[in-house]
Design a protein around this ligand. Sequence first.
Ligand code: ATP
Length: 576
Amino acid sequence: MMTYKSGLYTLNCILWSCIHVEPLLLGLLFKQFFNILKPGENFTINLFSIIALTSVYTIGRMINIRWGAMVDNKHRFNMSALLRRNMFESILKKPGASSIPCSQGEALNCFRDDARTIEDSISWTLDFIGNVVFVIVAVTIMVSINAKITLFVFTPLVAVVGIVQVLRSKLQKYRVASREATGLVTGAMGEIFSAVQAIKVAGEEENVVRYLEKLNRQRHKMMLKDTLLTQSLHSIFYNTVSIGTGFILLLAAGSMKNGDMTIGELSLFIYYLNFISDFTSFFGGFIANNRQAKVSFLRIAEVMQEDNLYNAVEHNDLHLKSGNKDTKDNINISEKFSAEDLTDISVEGLSYQYKTSGNGIEDIHFRLKKGSFTVITGRIGSGKSTLIKVLLGLLPSDGGNIKWNGKTVTNPAEFFISPYCAYTPQIPNLVSDSIKNNILFGLQEEAVDINNSLHAAVLEKDIKELENGLDTVIGPKGVKLSGGQIQRVAVARMFARKAELLVFDDISSALDVETENKLWNRLFKDRPATCLVVSNRRGALKQADQIIVMKDGRIEAIGRLEELLDHCDEMKAIWG
Ligand SMILES: Nc1ncnc2c1ncn2[C@@H]1O[C@H](COP(=O)(O)OP(=O)(O)OP(=O)(O)O)[C@@H](O)[C@H]1O
């Protein structure tokens, strides 16, 4: 990470090294000042020049600290932003249906706290370098004044390193436990917020609060241990240093009495000691933070699902400069490659097994012809949604082949997007914005026939009845809309993409029969694309050119409705 933005790191290093080393000069000025300051003497030219130099030093230091703070903030931001960017990229690159291995709350903690801990550990290397330079020079000066007393300065430093080494594993253990407990609380809160209605309907408010209290008590315990150990270490560092300083002052008093030390040299000792004590306690904190940063790196690798830790720190552009337009702000749907227009999709031997349940789909074969309307049907848990997710690359297939116009699709996740494919999942993801922006979702308004999308999604009447029409802001996940409206806004978003292949995963659950039939009729009449639809509803089944009947993760039968009702028992059971 130090080599990322190396110019900024070097500048930061120079500025902070100066900030840490500058007090050496003031110590020498103090020494001169006290050595020539004698009771009853008038101010000499020498004294005035020391005061003038001290003033110049102070102004210079203020400017330096200001620049140092500015550059450090920028450098720190770049460090944690790189980690967050790489984490985000890694999550987005994973198959959509298995993107994070933990709760959203835990992932958010990782983005916030772990990136911050690592940011600290990088930034503190600068303070470490500056402090080490200060200590080396200061000790050289002090040894030249009094080697015996100087030796005592290092006693607390050795003690601090010893203490941190002894408590190293405890420090890491408590940090892991406190982070996990925090993740459980934020994860539970996220789940509770998204299930408010279900909790109220079930009358489970008290149980839920009790559960949250239990998690909070666990977190309280873990955080207390972690914070107590960290703060105890800090107080041990400071007190060890203070005891050492006391000894040094006693020794110095003896030396002064013997005339081995001047008042100026004593003031220099006391002034430098202050910084060496700070360094000693900083050193303890620095080592402790590095241990915690190791835990943070492991957690980040876990969220990224990467074995190689270097992927977390891979050097990538952050696109921070304004006017940098190489990011894809708008997707232009007119960029369609006509050579790739769909004529035929074939699926051969597609399989996927969930590691946790052992269920999934096996050996799936079927073909979709251009403009056809195919319905995947089957009982609950028969594998309909899994089939769609594996086809679209939202889950990684264990085997099999998908061909688009006879050519193998090597990376379905990257291929099955607009303009080739658009998809409405069983639970749509709407964002807290206007209906219009939810439908456009990045497309340019001029490139979309939004009224046509609304009509196809049977949404035109609903929009007219809303006070602000298309500009109505729908709240997080569309809470201000009914379930059916949410589903149809997602469908309108899909139609706006003008994709070759439209995939609907069981949109029926939130739609009444009449609205759903209207939707299929309009779609069937316009035939804008090839459609793959998961549904058990008669309205869809009646329209289908082919029906794929799923049972226990396998295809039980494929055919038209009349044929299947004739000879397929599973189809007869679903039809009722
Ligand atoms: N995330 C998961 N982890 C483990 N097993 C899963 C997961 N999702 C689904 N399964 C299992 O895979 C099988 C197929 O599930 P799938 O959701 O594809 O069925 P479905 O036909 O779409 O059901 P539904 O009609 O309820 O949507 C089921 O046995 C289910 O228990």
